[in-house]
Design a protein around this ligand. Structure first.
Ligand code: PLP
Length: 291
């Protein structure tokens, strides 16, 4: 479903300076909607569900969730049914993300924000033994195992930079890095510290150090400032790279800031993982972005 051969590694002179060369792994190029890290994070969950002879995938997310739409597509491609448990009351008008998930035959069940936070599920979904549950955002060990298969040339890069939501992708990249490479995560959450232990649980070696920069959340999850949107447009005009305001724009912004601060050692190369998620920009008012 994802054509891995479409993933290129692009050199970005516009971001390279101070004798540090920046490259971008374009996992966003595989598909406009089901692109990026989600397919990699889902692959072993789907395999596990098939192995256990489950019939349906159940997962969780908000109205603009990249994970919801990717799960719907991945389940359908493997002949599994899917149900998305969506946070909040059903709106009069469904988001483009949810409409898209429905085109992959995902059934949507809306539950209150309170029940969502408490993980209180509709009883019929719990009692059906043919259901296979995947955490919100694909968090978990199988997700990290899948993220470890994100394809890039390990020998070439000294720093690998990625966005961090649940930290599943970060954990997978750490578990699969070459010894002297450093993986740096850029958290998109305001309360990152509350979640750090969840990331540590996914590491192959629990004593591994993790390096998370928490200064570029721009107000918190799915929050954006005019400065961030302006940066996205400038990045696009100068490099042709589209980013999403929830994850990858904050990542690119953070990397650019660190380069300007001289954070990376001279002569080294930095790989930014473009983890996709462009469909999430559909929640922005029109006219904000030039792409
Ligand atoms: C989900 C997502 C992330 C975060 O991945 P985690 O494994 O949850 O940390 C990063 N970038 C994009 C585009 C995403 O959709």
């Amino acid at each position: 479903m994802v054509h891995e051969d479409l993933i290129s590694t692009d050199h970005i002179p516009w971001l390279s300076r101070n004798n540090v060369e920046v490259y971008v792994l374009r996992t966003d190029k595989t598909h406009p909607v089901i692109s990026g890290n989600k397919w990699f994070k889902l692959r072993y969950y789907i395999k596990d569900a098939l192995h256990l002879s489950k019939k349906q995938i159940i997962t969780f997310g908000g109205a603009f969730s990249n994970h919801i739409v990717a799960t719907a597509a991945a389940a359908k491609a493997s002949g599994l049914k899917s149900t998305g448990i969506i946070r909040g009351e059903k709106p009069a008008k469904l988001s483009p993300t949810l409409l898209e998930a429905m085109t992959y035959d995902m059934e949507l069940r809306f539950i209150s924000r309170f029940d969502f936070a408490q993980k209180t599920l509709p009883v019929d979904l719990i009692t059906n033994t043919e259901n296979y549950f995947i955490n919100e955002g694909g968090y978990g060990k199988l997700g990290a195992k899948g993220a470890a298969t994100i394809p890039y040339n390990k020998e070439t890069f000294d720093y690998i930079c990625c966005a961090v939501g649940t930290g599943t992708m970060l954990a997978g990249l750490i578990n699969n890095k070459k010894d002297n490479a450093e993986v740096i995560g850029f958290s998109v959450l305001k309360n990152y510290a509350d979640h750090e232990h969840e990331i540590l649980e996914l590491l192959a070696s629990p004593t591994q150090a993790i390096n998370i920069i928490a200064d570029f959340h721009f107000g918190g999850y799915a929050k954006a400032t005019d400065d961030l949107l302006h940066f996205m447009n400038t990045l696009y005009k100068n490099t042709g790279i589209p980013t999403d305001f929830v994850y990858t724009a904050k990542l690119f912004y953070g990397v650019r800031s660190l380069i300007e601060q001289g954070y990376f050692k001279e002569g080294k190369s930095v790989l930014i993982i473009h983890s996709g998620g462009l469909q999430g920009n559909r929640s922005l008012p029109i006219n904000k972005l030039v792409f």
